[in-house]
Write a new protein. Structure first.
Length: 195
């Protein structure tokens, strides 16, 4: 699959060169979600673990000298639309939830998001619905249709593979409460914007 993607991106770039469009065409490579390939004994993309919520994102602007720079900030798939609009000098509508990535690309970003809300709401009998929040250092997931609600809490600095659920450890009770509140707030804000 990777070699096929490389080949086709090469064909696109060759065509842009042939049409004299390569110097003013920005290329964006991304996917809609991550994918399990046997990790955790799973396949596909239904859970909120890192394998499923992380995506590849490459933005190539031939007019920029930022080639090869790797950024660590949280970029989301909802940022792609505003980024394209911004590069086209089109006003970004206020109803759009994402934000332009252009300040990250040109190095002018002063502040950036430090958390984001994620959810899995598809109706499937074999996979429970879930929602959560991912910060720079923590991940909180809750399966809200379970009775009682099942929660997961991970310290991504010490446990990047999300292998030790800290939700039931009393020493992390304050962090768990903090993440619950943050998840509720982000869920509420996402619902208001989508109305």
């Amino acid at each position: 699959m990777v070699s096929g993607i490389d080949r086709n991106i090469g064909r696109i770039r060759e065509t842009l060169e042939r049409l004299s469009m390569s110097e003013n065409t920005i290329l964006i490579f991304a996917s809609d979600h991550g994918m399990y390939y046997g990790e955790r004994g799973l396949s596909d993309c239904w859970q909120l673990n890192e394998e499923s919520i992380r995506i590849p994102l490459i933005i190539y602007d031939p007019r920029s000298d930022s080639s090869g720079i790797v950024r660590e900030e949280m970029a989301l798939n909802i940022d792609i639309g505003p980024t394209i609009l911004d590069f086209c000098d089109v006003t970004i509508p206020s109803v759009i939830q994402g934000r332009t990535l252009r300040p990250l690309i040109d190095g002018s970003a002063d502040e950036w998001r430090t958390s984001f809300f994620c959810e899995h709401l598809f109706d499937r009998h074999d996979i429970p619905k879930s929602e959560g929040v991912r910060t720079e250092h923590w991940k909180y997931i809750r399966y809200f249709e379970q009775n009682p609600i099942h929660e997961e809490l991970y310290d991504l600095d010490s446990d990047p593979n999300e292998s030790v659920n800290l939700a039931s450890h009393m020493i992390f009770a304050e962090k768990l409460d903090e993440m619950r509140v943050q998840c509720d707030d982000l869920c509420h804000r996402a619902a208001i914007v989508s109305l």
